[in-house]
Design a protein around this ligand. Structure first.
Ligand SMILES: Cc1cc2nc3c(=O)[nH]c(=O)nc-3n(C[C@H](O)[C@H](O)[C@H](O)COP(=O)(O)OP(=O)(O)OC[C@H]3O[C@@H](n4cnc5c(N)ncnc54)[C@H](O)[C@@H]3O)c2cc1C
Length: 327
């Protein structure tokens, strides 16, 4: 199959990119490995999740949230918003297509993308003039060192970032967090060490977000949640062996150690745009554009707001190229 723009991933970033391209009447196809759009939200998010960021930071192009929507939306409300977005703009991703391989063919100046059809097991080949990577910042597992903030503290920080430097915002937010954490005392015995770099600088420069505390710290201090410090040496069936030799059985083992980008696993010419960690080479605000008509949306480390902005920039850039070249 051949198209002008191929988008890999039907999360908020991929959907927004398709909508923005459609506004310019640019043909595009989305390939999604799951059987549904926004799979992270529909399949991989816990039930009681409320969005960590305020609603004005969580909307996609051409469809703002209404005034009746609460500042911190529930996951279900956000999914309803995405459902309305997909229906209103009539977006139809090709589901059950896992992109396994993609490379730029110099012979015809096109991207060649191989996707496995998860239903038939067949490999499908797609050709496009432009390729947009929208597979998310959270593809593979990771072990993070993180700040712990409440969502209100994140909201204050994000609002202030418009007016103050990241250093000032970090100092203020860390002071707020310290006042709150002061009540808790020293948390390092639970393995919770506060990094030297402030939470917003860490987010900006490394992409690592602070942990949002919705009551976990209190439960740890009260002993309701027990923290066992130190690494895990091995897991055999239900038995976990820790680095210190301690063995313990568990009914269920949940890996909750964070995620990292998985782009380099399937994008063979990632060097046109990405570093080895699967994040853009170029600093913001031009991070979304690579070489050879390669783009990305959703890698700005600014959540849904960043994805929405990327989508608009990518579509506008492709529109301007199409307006002035052979395509
Ligand atoms: C618990 C939680 C809470 C969050 N809260 C907020 C919040 O309040 N505000 C905010 O702005 N952000 C929040 N985020 C971040 C959020 O994940 C992103 O903002 C948003 O989902 C990013 O959209 P995306 O389209 O870039 O990536 P994703 O939502 O990860 O979508 C990527 C899509 O690509 C597909 N894909 C991946 N690899 C392939 C492949 N090889 N082939 C085909 N398809 C592929 C995936 O199946 C997925 O559907 C939260 C994240 C989590 C986990």
């Amino acid at each position: 199959m051949e198209t002008v723009v191929l988008i890999v991933g039907a999360g908020p970033a991929g959907l927004a990119t398709s909508v923005c391209l459609n506004q310019h009447s640019i043909p595009n196809v989305i390939l999604e490995k799951e059987d549904i759009y926004a799979s992270l939200w529909k399949k991989r998010a816990y039930d009681r999740l409320k969005l960590h960021l305020a609603k004005n930071f969580c909307q996609l192009p051409y469809m703002p949230h209404g005034p009746d929507v609460p500042t911190f939306m529930s996951k279900d409300l956000f999914i309803k918003y995405l459902d309305a977005y997909v229906t209103h703009f009539d977006i139809n991703p090709r589901y059950n297509r896992t992109v396994k391989f993609s490379t730029f063919e110099v012979s015809n100046d096109k991207w060649r993308v191989e996707a496995e059809n998860n239903v038939t097991g067949e490999t499908e080949v797609y050709w496009s003039d432009f390729l947009v990577v929208a597979t998310g910042e959270n593809g593979d597992g990771n072990i993070p060192a993180r700040h712990v903030l409440t969502k209100e503290e994140v909201y204050v920080g994000m609002s202030l970032l418009k007016y103050c430097s990241v250093t000032m915002v970090d100092a203020l937010v860390m002071m707020m967090a310290s006042t709150r954490l002061f009540m808790y005392g020293d948390l390092s015995k639970y393995g919770l060490f506060r990094p030297k770099q402030g939470p917003f600088a860490t987010k900006l420069f490394t992409g690592k977000a602070p942990v949002i505390d919705v009551g976990t710290i209190k439960k740890i201090l009260e002993g309701e949640i027990q923290v066992i410090n130190g690494g895990i040496r091995s897991i055999q069936g239900k038995t976990l062996t820790f680095e210190n030799g301690l063995k313990q059985d568990f009914d269920a083992i949940v890996f909750a150690t964070g995620y990292k980008s998985s782009v380099c696993n399937w994008l063979k010419n990632y060097e046109y745009m990405m570093k080895e960690d699967g994040f853009p080479k170029k600093p913001m605000p031009k991070h979304w554009k690579g070489e050879k008509n390669l783009y990305c949306a959703g890698f700005s480390r600014k959540g849904i707001a960043g994805a929405a902005q990327d989508a608009m920039y990518v579509a506008e850039d492709i529109r301007s190229i199409l307006a002035t070249t052979k395509y």
